[in-house]
Design a protein around this ligand. Structure first.
Ligand SMILES: [Zn+2]
Length: 221
């Protein structure tokens, strides 16, 4: 079955180029995006809500104008393999999920989806064939209405210079930036870190990379 306007083979190539390999989750995600979109009126400006951070966001980004960068995709990782596309202004839309009740005829999809087999035990060729043959028949799509508070986006507020790192940050984050409040996972910072030019990560720190915003600030570029 085609994925929107693409043959399954074409979509597999797109997924491989974007995602790194033809991940079953992105391939099924392609059918999910098209199933949800089918309910929307042509030309409607829509946004996406994805319920897992795995695979599905890439299907949305490949097939719709909703990207992380333009803010039209929201990932709320509740761990369900489901996505919704909805009218940006009214919040009305469609939610699609892989319906366990419909996986009976597709044993390879079933065991992959529920992780019933260990790595290497599945049959990847058969899995891909089942995904293509099943198409959107394993999905259920229902209408949804997005909560109003998610529709009105807060306006971007003023920017200030953080007194500690001297980088720009949104003022409403507090008197110092969130980076300096400890919200980043860097465990090492210091003058031996990354340099802006001619940096060889393998020769620095015996192979470990440390990122140092303050050092970048002080280096002439
Ligand atoms: Zn800072």
């Amino acid at each position: 079955m085609h994925v929107g306007k693409y043959t399954f083979g074409e979509f597999m190539e797109m997924v491989t180029a974007f995602h790194g390999y033809p991940a079953p989750g992105v391939l099924i995600g392609g059918y999910m995006v098209e199933a949800a979109r089918a309910g929307l009126k042509n030309g409607v400006l829509f946004e996406a809500l994805v319920e897992t951070s795995k695979c599905l966001p890439d299907a949305v980004q490949l097939l719709t104008p909703c990207t992380t960068g333009n803010g039209r995709i929201r990932v709320i990782d509740v761990g369900r393999f489901a996505l919704a596309l909805f009218d940006k202004y009214t919040g009305k839309g469609f939610r699609t999920f892989v319906d366990l009740e419909k996986l009976g005829p597709w044993p390879e999809i079933h065991s992959w989806f529920l992780r019933l087999k260990k790595k290497g035990e599945g049959d990847p060729k058969r899995l891909l064939a089942e995904i293509e043959a099943a198409g959107d028949s394993i999905l259920t799509t229902l209408t949804i209405q997005i909560a109003p508070h998610l529709l009105c986006r807060a306006q971007s507020g003023p920017i200030a210079q953080c007194p500690i790192c001297k980088e720009a940050y949104p003022v409403d984050h507090g008197p110092i930036c969130r980076g300096c409040q400890g919200d980043l996972p860097y465990v090492e910072e210091g003058p031996d870190g990354l340099r802006g030019d001619a940096f060889d990560p393998l020769s620095a720190n015996g192979g470990s990379i440390s990122y140092s915003p303050s050092h970048l600030r002080d280096s002439p570029s």
